[in-house]
Design a protein around this ligand. Structure first.
Ligand code: SAM
Length: 291
């Protein structure tokens, strides 16, 4: 059961502290105050966090909590919290837990009725989304795109009709390949935004149709250097029955051998697509020889 302030068993507190994703001024007063006063800072990387603390003249006791030692360290930290210690959890950048270690510790806190206090702060996904122009009230967060090609392609294909904008984290090493996969698995005309080096010197945010963006990126390596977030615009239910090329290709191929009804039925099955949309297309384009 999730605990709340009314039923806590222990006086220890775990604070979740977001840290800057580039610009050090993006840390809050409250975050600094807590980093100064807790008994322990649990950091994804001690050296990295030490640089941050030095910048703000904070001296405190650090222990590491990363994906390799998360289980052992979480048990240790829970024992410290049970005896009343206050602990701050930080990652290398942004909000801990969001594609960063720490979730196991949070779960254990809830199981032991230890208070967890999250602070608001920097997060690359949300910051990128806010500037993307693709946000219409809802979004879908997918973390890092899978590194294995086929798994990545399957995932993208499964998201081709996701109507919310989709946020991915991506590295400069795979960005070109990933956009190529978006073109092949989703749509070369789908609008994509890349938010790169947010809050840093070379911050840039650019968007275009997938194929156009890929061509533009390939022209100049500097255009995809550094850290980045990709946002894929949500699937727009075709107002003018402007269907995905893959769906139409399948339909027209089948139409050479089958009736309209059967072609629509099989196409809808193959692409897991609403057959009524395809019927509407057929009705609207009935004078087209191919239909
Ligand atoms: N917890 C972090 C957060 O709240 O944003 C994310 C951690 S994840 C391990 C790191 C990834 O976030 C990077 O590979 C990149 O995709 C994205 N990222 C982090 N900082 C960024 C920045 N300044 N600009 C663009 N993307 C960034």
């Amino acid at each position: 059961m999730l605990r709340n302030k009314m039923n806590q068993n222990y006086i220890g507190i775990l604070y979740i502290i977001p840290t800057p994703i580039g610009n050090l001024s993006d840390i809050t007063h409250r975050a600094l105050k807590i980093l100064n006063t807790v008994n322990i800072i649990a950091a994804e990387n001690i050296q990295h966090t030490n640089l941050l603390l030095q910048h703000f003249n904070i001296k405190n006791f650090l222990i590491s909590l990363n994906k390799n030692n998360e289980k052992k360290q979480s048990d240790h930290l829970i024992n410290e919290l049970k005896i009343g210690k206050k602990i701050a959890l930080v990652s290398n950048a942004g909000t801990p837990i969001i594609n960063d270690p720490g979730n196991l510790l949070i779960k254990k806190c809830h199981n032991c009725n230890i208070q967890v206090i999250p602070l608001p702060g920097p997060c690359a996904a949300i910051t990128a989304l806010s500037a993307s122009g693709l946000m219409y009230g809802r979004f879908c967060y997918e973390g890092f795109l899978p590194s294995k090609k086929q798994i990545r392609r399957n995932l993208l294909y499964s998201l081709r009709e996701e109507t919310r904008p989709i946020i991915f984290y991506e590295s400069k090493y795979r960005i070109l390949e990933s956009i190529q996969d978006i073109i092949e698995q989703i749509d070369e005309n789908r609008h994509i935004v890349i938010a790169r080096e947010i809050t840093k010197k070379w911050e840039s945010i650019y968007g275009a149709q997938a194929a156009v963006l890929l061509k533009w990126l390939k022209e100049e390596k500097n255009r995809y250097k550094g850290e980045m977030v990709i946002i894929i615009d949500g699937f727009k239910k075709s107002k003018n029955h402007n269907l995905d090329k893959k769906i139409l290709d399948t339909f027209f191929m089948l139409r050479n051998f089958c009736t309209v009804k059967t072609s629509v039925f099989i196409t809808a099955k193959i692409h897991n697509f609403n057959k009524n949309n395809l019927y509407q297309y057929v009705i609207k384009n009935k004078h087209d020889k191919k239909v």
